[in-house]
Design a protein around this ligand. Sequence first.
Ligand code: ATP
Ligand code: MG
Length: 752
Amino acid sequence: AQNGPPDYLNGLNPEQRQAVETTEGPVLVLAGAGTGKTRVLTTRIAHILATGRAFPSQILAVTFTNKAAREMKQRIGLLVGEAVEGMPWLGTFHSIGVKIVRRHAELAGLRSDFSILDTDDVIRLIKQLIQAEGLDDKRWAPRTFAQMIDGWKNKGLGPEEISEGDARSFGNGRGRELYRAYQARLTTLNACDFGDLLLHPIRILRAHHDILAEYHKRFRYILVDEYQDTNTAQYMWLRLLAQRPRTSASTSVQPSAGRARDGAPGEVSPAPTASENKVNICCVGDDDQSIYGWRGAEVDNILRFEKDFPGATVIRLERNYRSTAHILGAAAHLIAHNEGRLGKTLFTDRPDPEDPKVNVHAAWDSDEEARAVGEEIEALQRRKHALNDIAILVRASFQMRAFEDRFIEIGLNYRVIGGPRFYERQEIRDAMAYLRVVANPGDDLAFERIVNVPKRGLGEAAIRQVHDTARALGVPMLQAAANLAESDELKPKPRAALREVAANFARWQDLLETTPHTELAETILEESGYTDMWKNDRAADAPTRLDNLKELIRSMEDYESLRAFLEHVALVMDTEQNEDLDAVSLMTLHSAKGLEFETVFLPGWEEGLFPHQRALDEGGRSGLEEERRLAYVGLTRAKKNLHIWFVSNRRIHGLWQSTMPSRFLDELPEAHVEVNESGSSFGGYGNPYGASRFDNLGSPSGGYAKRGDQGGGNQAFSNTYATPGWQRARQNRTEATSRNWGTRSGHAVERI
Ligand code: ATP
Ligand code: MG
């Protein structure tokens, strides 16, 4: 006996309410950023529970991250109280996958206590297999194969299902055998990799009709957030669970390539009566926010929904509750430059003349950019703006370095979301280990980290012997290594390797006093083979790591000696990331999906960085469109204040190079944008190097920096920032675009 709608429905607009209350049958909510898609899903779950349509255990709800799952659970709790207890099936595809595999482990050839391997484990295992096949693991990099396997699994393909071409593309045509051997090893180890958490459930559900029927019965309601970024395997999985036999006859689930081994893959068994099996699936998404194409996500899944689920109700939400009219106007104008999109309207009905326009600023270089952003944040802080409400979203992880250093310097709390902090990255730790040993030959921990990185044929036995010798003689491991290299206690190969390591370090130590430390660091990374190790690595993240290494060297320029730099990093590493602290969030654009902040900074809007050159080189037009969607995701994270930055210069290999403002800046409508000429909004930051320096940086091919000619002196510098300036630059852009970042093709774009 209720009067009016229950509380949780209050405040929803009619379309949102329809999406919440249409509980039966398939529903697709297709809508732009900030229109309440996630809120609709949450409320829908609350509604299903509150009206007794299902128990918490009968709802399958998929989010894109574990964090989003936790938040959703919390919100449902707020809406309906204790009823949310349980919700055992709310999580990411992977976390739900683990659960399914544990329940039926024996059907996947595992015991229910199987372990889940991390990337390092996987690579080690693959390496053993490659060697066991008698293949050269330098030519056939284990990391590359690990990514190939992951790619296949994301398409739902087991060893027998990959195409002949794929199978031949690795290990002298032995890709399929290796994949098969890898799966066999996993079984022996009673282990799964990440891809298996998607692949095993598909296998189990396909092969065992009774089990599938059991899940059909169990999951009365299925809900999926961020549907535009589901990959093929996740899609097949959803279809198996959601599609009932009566409707599936015409659309059997089939892997996108290859043939299945055991019988017809997609056929679903006859299930219980259709009436008790109505498909109550609700997916929400935004095709304009599909940003994981490079990782196998298929935006087509969203476009295909109505075909897959006949009679689906499609609901569009058009009112944006998140952002100001200026931010929305800017985002909508930008994304309209994409061709392959469904197109949709977004509006806000609270345009406020007080709302600030989208701010575009320019800085001399990335340190300047970090300094200015830091000042702006401090100013916000003085106005009692919570740091938790501020985010900095970067295109590439190396950009974080300047911000992290700056924030530590001024004592501003920050946290990095969705990845390690800059100095905690594997490649940075490795490089730092080399530098530490050079600065302090007694640093055994650092020595052990890199003595066999890159691989020098030093096995565990040899390293243990270095250890034992060091302990017996009471000397550092480096010294012990030098001793062992001259004795005959080791086999020739490890002995030669140790001799080289010892000689290298001795030479670098000699250089310490005479060579500028940045130069020395470059020499060390080159002569040790460390840089080459990543250059030869065909894995998708290798170029990102090389970028990070370059940034590391670049950042050393700010310190007067190697020792001063090492001290700085040690202090940086000492700062804790405390979850409860009020702190600025720093993350990549990819990690920012679904989030919102009062104030957002988007630094580094320069050609080559954003859009990223590698995305353009590899993906052409579709690569550019995915970059633009990423920009759209970035813009639409902001509620009120949005600051976009670009720098005019980047130091690359110690050389200054002028950069071009991103073409995305041109795609922002002037009506909603304010250009901060010479950055005066922050109390002015001038060109620290004087205008002449700027003039000297004119681009060889004419174009952007040449505009210095138009004014001369300081005038010229501030012209750089004005709208007409960068728009003129556009016209001359063609030849200049790939100049600074160009030619590194054949690599993948920055991945979260
Ligand atoms: P994205 O595409 O970025 O994931 P979304 O469509 O999932 O966005 P939500 O995050 O659900 O959007 O909602 C955006 C913001 O608008 C949230 O702060 C949410 O609480 C608020 N909001 C949504 N619907 C309403 C409403 N009917 N009344 C008031 N606020 C709302
Ligand atoms: Mg959302």
